[in-house]
Design a protein around this ligand. Structure first.
Ligand code: FMN
Length: 327
């Protein structure tokens, strides 16, 4: 049974990828993931805040002060380089011990650092780069146009400056999801990861303070991703990697039928262990055998909304089946 696929132009033995998380900051664990049959790994993101935190911790200052004078810039740059270089050593180790593609991941807030970090990740040997751009439009001053501009500026700059494939990891907060995703796919990127799951905010009513809710997903969360993959996979000009709520081999099959090129798993590995990847691969192969499929291309996208079909009609038909039983 052939589960080979191409994702971002890279050859993968399996469409099952380990998404960016704490487990992909550890080379030994990534070796285990490869042995269990992962098609690729996406490294834990480097967050710009993390580098800034290292700078503050090492210089004990929040911003340039008289005490440091001109040397602040020098110290900050040195600490940032040192902090990043530990990450780049991890990339080099991963590249030397793994034969599957190693995809870097960055999340910045300043425009210049998207570019600086992307170039450094390419130099460190990543096979591709996932830009963790799940923008949460918190500010009342931020318009949908501002969000569009942020995406365009960063993608256009990076596209001109780096040669490795780029994918964009997005969240679900778009006023015009379908249009935005299609336009992003026209910008010369190789893939879109749909969707990031951002940390949920909860409230502790005893202490009366904000706290984080569980950061792991639940299997029911697959349906939102599945819906959008099915709607968009044939309308976009790049790969879709499906993320959030993928737990079982059946989930992998569903995402492929909806048109995903690859499927990312994270929470199930935390809850059920890295060996889950082997079970997912086995389940995918068993399903293909039962159905008489020899390769993924024979069924990928079979249940996607077709390029010229209206998604609203396809989705409304489902709605009518459920509520009115008229179809
Ligand atoms: C512990 C943990 C750490 C994560 N760290 C990152 C990260 O650094 N960068 C990123 O893009 N996503 C990160 N994520 C989000 C995952 O990549 C993924 O999008 C999300 O967990 C949904 O997939 P799942 O349902 O398979 O868990 C993290 C998730 C978890 C649970």
């Amino acid at each position: 049974m052939d589960t080979n696929t191409k994702y971002l132009g890279l050859d993968l033995k399996s469409p099952i990828i380990v998404g960016s998380c704490g487990l992909t900051a550890d080379v030994d664990k990534m070796v285990e993931m490869e042995k269990a049959g992962a098609g690729a790994v996406i490294l834990k993101s480097v967050f710009e805040e993390q580098i800034i935190y290292d700078i503050k911790r090492n210089t004990h200052v929040v911003a340039p002060t008289d005490n440091y004078g001109d040397s602040y810039e020098y110290i900050a740059a040195h600490v940032a380089d040192d902090s990043l270089s530990r990450h780049f050593q991890m990339i080099r180790d991963a590249k030397s011990r793994l034969s599957i593609p190693v995809i870097g991941s960055i999340n910045c807030f300043s425009y210049e650092n998207w570019l600086t970090y992307a170039i450094k990740f390419q130099e460190a040997g990543c096979d591709a780069l996932e830009l963790n751009m799940a923008i949460l439009p918190y500010e009342t001053s931020l318009s949908a146009d501002d969000v569009d501009r942020t995406f365009s500026q960063i993608i256009n700059t990076l596209r001109k400056s780096i040669s490795i494939p780029i994918s964009i990891k997005v969240g679900t907060y778009f006023t015009d999801m379908a249009k935005q995703m299609q336009q992003l796919s026209w910008m010369g990127i190789q893939g879109v990861t749909m969707f990031n799951k951002s940390v949920q905010v909860d409230i502790d009513i005893e202490k009366e303070c904000l706290q984080n809710a569980s950061y792991l997903s639940n299997p029911e969360e697959i349906y939102n991703t599945l819906r959008w993959v099915a709607i968009l996979s044939k309308k976009m000009r790049c790969d879709i990697s499906a993320s959030t709520g993928v737990y079982s081999a059946d989930d992998v099959v569903k995402m492929l039928l909806a048109g995903a090129t690859s499927v990312q798993v994270v929470s199930t590995l935390y809850k059920n262990g890295i060996q889950t990847i082997a079970e997912l691969n086995k389940g995918l192969q068993a399903w293909m055998e039962k159905k008489g499929y020899n390769s993924l291309s024979q069924f990928r996208g079979k249940l996607a909304v077709q390029p010229n079909d209206k998604a609203s009609v396809a989705m409304r038909t489902q709605f009518m089946k459920y509520f009115a039983e008229i179809v």
